[in-house]
Design a protein around this ligand. Structure first.
Ligand code: B16
Ligand code: MG
Length: 223
């Protein structure tokens, strides 16, 4: 199947906000006396805010009420938003701009597919708002990755059938979501070498449009 669009995950693919998520959760967990470390954090990649909290609370010494859970998730989000304050185009990860430019030159449509409800503020701060043809994020979906909903929404917004979309992901949950959407997958970072990925790399500085052309055939949608 010929590829007409590439859908990029945000945290961990376009920008390293994954580290800020970790620091926000870690601060909240420390305050609550809940054990939390970087290996547990790996399970939160691509997973929604409330589902992430439930994973952290597996290690809590007591049950939390729904109101308490809302407060904990809100507190973490405030810490996270403070860390986002200083985000700028300098935080765009290596290789991203070159790949976006190369895809544009091929006439391939580009989108963001992220579980994050903070996607609009992040894309604005890194100066890429004008660059994407569509943005699908946690504000527009009910089910987060590994459910395919966010990627199917991105494809719909792009006007491209799912089988002609390629997803770039750093989370195993995102790789599974992309496959469930019937899309091809490039896996980077933590998801590199995922058995379900079509192509893997440590990061996007190692991936050019011509590297991908050995695996995927570009065919822009006309009009
Ligand atoms: P928020 P992605 C995901 O973004 C993150 O990987 C995940 O760690 C986070 O919990 C989720 O967004 C929700 O984020 O709290 O900002 O709504 O990787 O799908 O771009
Ligand atoms: Mg991610």
């Amino acid at each position: 199947m010929r590829i007409a669009a590439v859908i990029f995950d945000l945290d961990g693919v376009i920008v390293s906000t994954d580290e800020f998520h970790y620091l926000g959760w870690k601060r909240m967990a420390d305050e609550e006396g809940i054990p939390f470390d970087r290996s547990m954090n790996e399970r939160l990649r691509g997973v929604s805010r409330m589902e992430s909290l439930e994973i952290i609370l597996e290690k809590a010494g007591r049950p939390y009420t729904d109101d308490e859970k809302k407060e904990l998730a809100g507190r973490k989000n405030n810490y996270y938003r403070q860390l986002l304050e200083n985000l700028s185009p300098a935080n765009i990860l290596p290789g991203v701009m070159g790949l976006l430019d190369g895809l544009r030159q091929e006439g391939v449509r580009i989108a963001v597919g992220s579980s994050s409800r903070n996607t609009p503020v992040i894309i604005e701060k890194i100066g890429l708002f004008h660059v994407f043809d569509a943005i699908a994020d946690g504000n527009g979906i009910v089910n987060s990755k590994p459910d395919p909903e966010v990627f199917l929404l991105a494809a719909q917004k792009l006007g491209v059938e799912p089988a002609r979309c390629l997803v770039v992901e750093d989370a195993e949950a995102g790789v599974i979501a992309a496959r469930a959407a019937g899309m091809r997958v490039v896996a980077v970072g933590s998801a590199a070498n995922s058995p379900q990925a079509d192509f893997s790399a440590d990061d996007l500085s190692e991936v050019t449009v011509s590297d991908l052309a050995d695996y995927f055939i570009w065919e822009p949608i006309k009009g």
